[in-house]
Design a protein around this ligand. Structure first.
Ligand code: CO
Length: 157
């Protein structure tokens, strides 16, 4: 396990459509372990996608509500409802915006061994999944934000 460097806005890898993972090997396991380590090391982050550590691969990790998730080749197969909420991103430090997202999603993905899984999520977890899945298509939350918060709004928490 190791802490990897988180790339920030402006790095080309953040704008790319990432490659599907086809090999479920030790390197993938290492990447996922490192990503979770890196995420937890930030203390404030709840999700991290592989391109954020410079790897253009369809993999993401989430650590939210005392649970860890790892998703390889995730695909959102159903969405329900629409809700606005505030988002930030480890790759866009000190920036927050209002982003409309589906209220609930179904996501199909593979685990680190290649086994197929399905998860239904709502609330904040659904938002995190949508935010991280977007990273795999080179989309940042700012691309979807209806507006960004002003410094005054951020100061008021
Ligand atoms: Co992000």
């Amino acid at each position: 396990m190791a802490i990897r460097n988180i790339v920030t806005e402006g790095e080309a890898v953040l704008g790319k459509k990432c490659r599907e993972v086809t090999e479920f090997n030790e390197r993938l396991a290492q990447l996922l372990d490192d990503m979770l380590d890196t995420l937890k090391h930030t203390e404030t982050g709840v999700g991290l996608a592989a391109p954020q550590v410079g790897m253009c691969k369809r993999a993401l990790v989430i650590s939210y509500d005392e649970k860890d998730y790892e998703m390889v080749n995730p695909e959102i197969t159903a969405k329900r409802g629409k809700v606005e909420g505030t988002e930030g991103c480890l790759s866009c430090p000190e920036q927050y915006g209002i982003v409309p997202r589906a209220e609930a999603v179904t996501v199909e993905y593979q685990d680190r061994f290649g086994a197929r899984k399905r998860l239904k999520a709502d609330g904040y977890l659904a938002r995190i999944i949508q935010h991280e899945a977007d990273h795999l298509d080179g989309i940042l939350f700012k691309d979807r934000a209806t507006r960004m918060l002003s410094p005054e709004e951020m100061a008021n928490g």
